[in-house]
Design a protein around this ligand. Structure first.
Ligand code: SF4
Length: 467
């Protein structure tokens, strides 16, 4: 794994399920890779909503006593990495608010692209914001909708916000799972006993013993309440939805043991590796991944090329806390700590290393230097996605264009900078062929520069704090 962008958030809800907060705790545990800065769980209690939130990993935020205090058969949880707003507990989710439409808790995965202008508009009318996140804008919009019926206000709100949003909304009576009309971020529903669970990824179902039912469809709102059948409605008609699933979920963000956008993440990555081997063969002795996210693609590369698969880099799984603070200094510090090299595997060998992506390139070059120092004869780098040339505005913490190595240099220059004997990236066509939905169903903006939803000028991570 190299200097990757960070996933923004993970969502989990349990409805009509015994010990729902405990189930949510385990669901969030399985989704920890989607956000390590803060975690929270909210439950309904006697017509109100209470929550426990804190900074840090799920295992640190909740004690047994905290979970006991959250006794309920309904719970909504969230893990967060700050893609908008800074890293502090006020921005931890679920956000809880008392509104004219009753108490609400909101868990949001994604980024709104019109949050800045909406917030300015509401502040001009006297709204006071408690956080610097775009998620709070949704609560204000909902609270101030003139419609009397909650569901009508919800539809109006969802039609007003733009960008990426998978949402879990908790009222004293039910949980509402909502997905933007492009379906940028994954959101899936499962069954557990007589109740339901909702999660960002299916890997969270496995840990609590839930059964996958289906995705929340783009533009859909699913109402879930204990003892009631699932009820679905839409805030946009199917004809108005234009799928733009984030292809980077398959490349890096999602866990390989999840199904995302209808495909097994591991199978897509392995297929990427196979196509990569066809597009960019290498004169080498062994293929080895940058673990963990390059592993599936390296398996595919080895399978298609006939080269021997080796684990030359071994990941230290106990350094995750270095990710808590998303600062440049911390990112640099984790380079040497995360992967160790098995010198005997690479000494005297021509090595293909397969990584899922290159963002800044700093850690990639560090890996290459270590391979050379260990006696590798040649180092051929293969990347299981196209060059990342554009930032993401839909909730992924990409660096700016000036920090993206592929935005500043062509591929021969990158090969020189990384000090490799050869460098090959998977083509965009190859990446899309590895998935089953079809090219028109994915957002590929970080590669292609074609943003499926227009971006407000000046939008970046801290735009709401500077205003
Ligand atoms: S720009 Fe890239 S990371 Fe962002 S949503 Fe699109 S594909 Fe995903």
């Amino acid at each position: 794994m190299s200097d990757h962008p960070r996933e923004f958030c993970g969502l989990f809800a349990a409805v009509g399920v015994a010990a729902a907060a405990e189930k949510t705790y385990f669901g969030l545990y399985a989704l920890q890779h989607r956000g390590q800065e803060s975690a929270g769980i909210a439950i309904p209690r006697e017509g109100d909503i209470i929550a426990h939130r804190g900074m840090g990993l799920v295992g640190d935020v909740f004690s047994q006593a905290d979970l006991a205090r959250l006794a309920s058969n309904v719970a909504v949880g969230h893990v967060r990495y700050s893609t908008t707003g800074s890293s502090n507990v006020a921005n931890a989710q679920p956000l809880v608010a008392k509104t004219g439409k009753g108490p609400l808790a909101l868990a949001h995965n994604g980024n709104l692209v019109n949050s800045s202008s909406l917030r300015a508009e509401y502040e001009a009318h006297g709204s006071i914001f408690q956080t610097s996140t775009d998620s709070e804008v949704i609560l204000h919009l909902l609270a101030h909708r003139p419609q009397d019926r909650f569901e009508d206000a919800l539809v109006a709100t969802m039609r007003e916000i733009r960008g990426a949003f998978s949402l879990l909304l908790l009222t004293p009576d039910e949980v509402i799972a909502i997905r933007d009309s492009q379906g940028f971020r994954p959101l899936v529903i499962g069954s557990l006993g007589d109740g339901f669970v909702v999660a960002s990824e299916t890997c969270a179902f496995d840990l609590v013993g839930a059964k996958y039912l289906r995705e929340v469809e783009p533009g859909e709102m699913v109402f879930l309440a204990p003892g009631r059948p699932l009820r679905s409605t839409r805030f946009v008609a199917p004809a108005e939805t234009k799928r733009a699933h984030c292809i980077f979920e398959h490349v890096y963000f999602s866990r390989p043991d999840s199904r995302v956008f209808g495909d097994s993440v591991h199978a897509v990555r392995r297929r990427c590796g196979e196509i990569l081997a066809e597009e960019h063969p290498a004169p080498a002795d062994i293929v080895m991944p940058i673990p963990d996210s390059g592993t599936s693609a390296a398996l595919g590369y080895a399978r298609a090329s006939g080269l021997t698969f080796e684990m030359g880099f071994i990941r230290n799984h106990y350094v995750g806390r270095t990710f808590i603070q998303p600062t440049q200094g911390t990112r640099a510090a984790d380079v040497g700590m995360k992967l160790n090299l098995v010198v005997d595997v690479v000494r005297g060998k021509r090595v293909v290393i397969v990584d899922d992506s290159i963002i800044r390139g700093t850690t990639s070059r560090a890996h290459v230097r270590r391979l050379r120092a260990a006696g590798a004869r040649e180092v051929h780098m293969r990347i299981a996605c196209p060059p990342v040339r554009n930032p993401c505005h839909y909730g992924i913490d990409f660096p700016t264009k000036t920090e993206l190595i592929a935005a500043q240099h062509d591929i021969p220059d990158i090969a020189k900078i990384l000090e490799v004997d050869s460098l090959g990236y998977l083509s965009l066509d190859g990446l899309l062929r590895a998935t089953s939905f079809g090219a028109e169903s994915y957002c590929t903006a970080c590669y292609s520069g074609k943003y499926p939803v227009p971006i407000e000028a000046g939008l970046d991570k801290f735009v709401l704090e500077r205003r």
